[in-house]
Design a protein around this ligand. Sequence first.
Ligand SMILES: Nc1nc2c(ncn2[C@@H]2O[C@H](COP(=O)(O)OP(=O)(O)OP(=O)(O)O)[C@@H](O)[C@H]2O)c(=O)[nH]1
Ligand SMILES: [Mg+2]
Length: 422
Amino acid sequence: MSKQDIQTRAERDILPALPNSTHDLARLRVLNSGQDTPVVTVIGKFNHGKSRLLNELIGNDTFAVADKRETTALAEHLHDDVRWLDAPGLDADVGSEDDRLAVQAAWLQSDIRLVVHAAKEGELDTAERCLLHELHADGKNTQRQTLLILSQADQLADDTQLKKVSEAILTQAPGMTLNIVSSTRHRKGVQEGKALLVNKSGIPALKTALGAALKRVPQARAHEKQMLLDTIRLELRHLSDAYAGTLADLHSKQRQQRQRFDQDIIDALGKVEQDMQKTLEVSGTDHSLIPDAAEDRFKLTAGKLERARLQIAYSQACIYLNGTLTRHGVFELPSEQQTAAASLNSVMVAVLGVSVKYRKDLNNIFCTASGQATLHRQFARYFEISTDRKTLLAQITNAEHNVATTDKAWAALHELETITQT
Ligand SMILES: Nc1nc2c(ncn2[C@@H]2O[C@H](COP(=O)(O)OP(=O)(O)OP(=O)(O)O)[C@@H](O)[C@H]2O)c(=O)[nH]1
Ligand SMILES: [Mg+2]
């Protein structure tokens, strides 16, 4: 598989787990593209002289310059083993979506950012200060470099004015070096062969500073690649640990719930068996089996008494077992099994039926191992399809899906690590 395919697969498999890594992966794609040529871009507000500065740095009028909002898309030029990118001005209020994308692309591709601010504008405004702050933070992380440039220096009345503006800006951007330039002076000096003017334009000094920054690019890129992979790895580690923890907790909850259910059912069946045995212990004639004669219709017969006694014992067993089931969230039949007769929709009715029970039935159902095992099995089946258990199962399925997502992301990250190092 080609490096590009691996990169594409990494994006496909890592992003579902870490959607916030979009930028890091896109930057890795740039760093892994095999293009070793360093990229320098200008950033700043429109009309501050960005395009013209680039033209002076490369020594020809490649980039469009105008006294209005001019650059509206990313323009690129290869010169002196450097890719120069001209970006639109950063003016959110007048910028279109295309501008925004172009600025984003410049941000993504650049190794060195030249922040251009026109001297005549005085201090940096809030947007520029935010930008510098952002670039500074990014630089600390990635080692990408930023050079601050005070452009159009010739527009100020004198050196005192220039000094005032420079000092004000340096207090706004502490720790930074200010590169003061005038593209107009540079062009004039070059055209008229005036070395002093060229020198005074600040462009040669800026070229020297840029040259030093360019030398640091390979090392910065190596650092940045490692840093990006480390960041993704760390985030993935946190995420997959969290997902694995959730899944383990849910599995353990599922197991414990079932164990408690099984134990409670065994205990309840044991108690019901004991009570039932007392009812069934009576020896002698089983009156319940002797049908009443027609003339006994309004009399209290031994058969009626015995049948009532069995019925009460049976009802008590059912009530007791039902209490146990209810404690574990087993109430009614699942909706797909329900009928129009609401009284038939209980799990107890579904398991034990509605027929009248006699001694033999009660003994088989409640007092034999096979009877108890049957009840246990059927109760367990309804337990597993009760609402709470189904919800838990859905949570487990979801957690398993999350774990699978991070597993896939790990595999893709390992591949990405291989192509990034080579
Ligand atoms: N006096 C003077 N004018 C300059 C200088 N640099 C640029 N300009 C003028 O400022 C205007 C804007 O210059 P551009 O280079 O197009 O500015 P930009 O920042 O690229 O502007 P957008 O592309 O619209 O963002 C043009 O008229 C330039 O000629 C300079 O050093 N001195
Ligand atoms: Mg421009």
